[in-house]
Design a protein around this ligand. Structure first.
Ligand code: C2O
Length: 353
């Protein structure tokens, strides 16, 4: 009983004081969805690089900014526009999309084993749309490496008010050089020195990636099948730093810490995509760290067909509606991207609390 997303989309459950737009269903497709096919294996491998300064990040970030500007310039009816891309997140987190065969039930991609594969598929199409608009077939998303000391601040370009990457609905007191609190709790600023905060962050990373993540269900999230109540349980990193960094980034004076701090609006902040690229990178890291030797594939994943056959509907770079399953997104190389993160390292592996 996999969760199969239906083309039916209804108004999702948004908080009563939500910021508009209040409807987040995608434009209706004029044709039936096509099944996902892998990109050509001869396509250049997109190299996702860190967003923090150094090693050519400026040029990489300038490209990302241009891509966001181009997406923002598309008419809001275009499924590739920034407006619609932000709405994708809203639709999949407020239960707007219906489950096939269960029009009474919405699809919720958080707090379950759908979390990593859904966001990977979402970023995959977002990145390809950006590449297409830039006419740069090798374009890759930057990742916000908040798990390593050099990346624990909001990258400067996001706070430049002239940049398309700026979002006014973000917490101003958390602008750089403020060091992020990866274990942030709203209303409880820790006020530590940078060194203390950095050390706590590294220890949290160790705990979430190693101590609390020995089983697929503990890292990826709990099983969620058609007809089940939503949110059966999140994986370690989904709770923190993923959720905590959403809330830390959002405007603390807003009722739900918009934009980043709440699902319905998170995709409206351009920092969302580099944030999720880092979450996706940590999935790849988790697969390889169990023996401490960087060997890939040591952490076994689910083999349950209910996971593998769960599917989502997303628009691709040609504005075609595509049905993509969990099994389609398990191999990043087949999706023709990789993390250029050798220079970033995994310093938290040495930060066992
Ligand atoms: Cu869909 Cu970062 O949450």
């Amino acid at each position: 009983r996999p969760i199969v997303t239906n083309q039916l989309c209804a108004k999702g459950k948004l908080p009563p004081d939500a910021l508009p737009p209040l409807h987040c269903c995608p434009p209706a497709s004029t044709s039936e969805p096509v099944n996902f096919t892998f990109p050509d294996p001869t396509e250049p491998l997109r190299k996702r690089r860190p967003a923090h300064a150094g090693g050519g990040a400026e040029e990489h970030m300038a490209k990302y900014a241009r891509a966001v500007a181009l997406m923002k310039a598309l008419p809001s009816s275009d499924p590739r526009s920034f407006y619609q891309q932000a709405n994708v997140h809203c639709a999949y987190c407020t239960g707007a999309h219906r489950q096939a065969g269960r029009p009474d039930l919405g699809v919720q991609v958080h707090f379950s084993w759908l979390f990593y594969p859904f966001h990977r598929a979402y970023l995959y199409f977002f990145e390809r749309i950006a590449a297409k608009l830039l006419c740069d077939p090798g374009f890759a998303l930057p990742f916000w490496a908040w798990d390593v000391p050099e990346g624990m601040r909001i990258p400067e370009v996001f706070v430049d008010v002239a940049s398309p990457l700026h979002d006014p609905i973000r917490e101003k007191s958390h602008a750089p050089p403020k060091v992020a609190d990866l274990d942030f709790v709203r209303g409880a600023e820790k006020n530590l020195t940078d060194e203390q905060q950095t050390l706590l962050n590294l220890r949290l990373m160790y705990k979430q990636m190693v101590s609390n993540a020995a089983l697929p269900s503990l890292f990826l999230g709990q099983p969620y099948r058609a007809g089940d109540p939503e949110r059966p349980g999140a994986g370690s990193v989904e709770l923190a730093p993923h959720n905590t960094m959403h809330v830390w980034t959002g405007d603390q004076s807003r009722p739900h810490a918009e934009n980043m701090g709440v699902y319905y609006s998170a995709g409206r902040d351009p920092i969302f995509y580099p944030h999720h690229a880092n979450v996706d990178r940590l999935w790849e890291c988790w697969r390889g760290i169990i023996d401490g030797g960087g060997r890939r594939g040591r952490h076994a994943e689910f083999t349950d067909p209910d996971w593998l056959d769960s599917s989502f509907l997303l628009y691709d770079e040609e504005a075609r509606l595509v049905r993509v399953t969990v099994r389609d997104v398990l191999d990043a190389e087949k999706l023709r991207y990789a993390y250029d993160d050798a220079g970033v390292g995994l310093p938290w592996l040495g930060a066992r609390p």
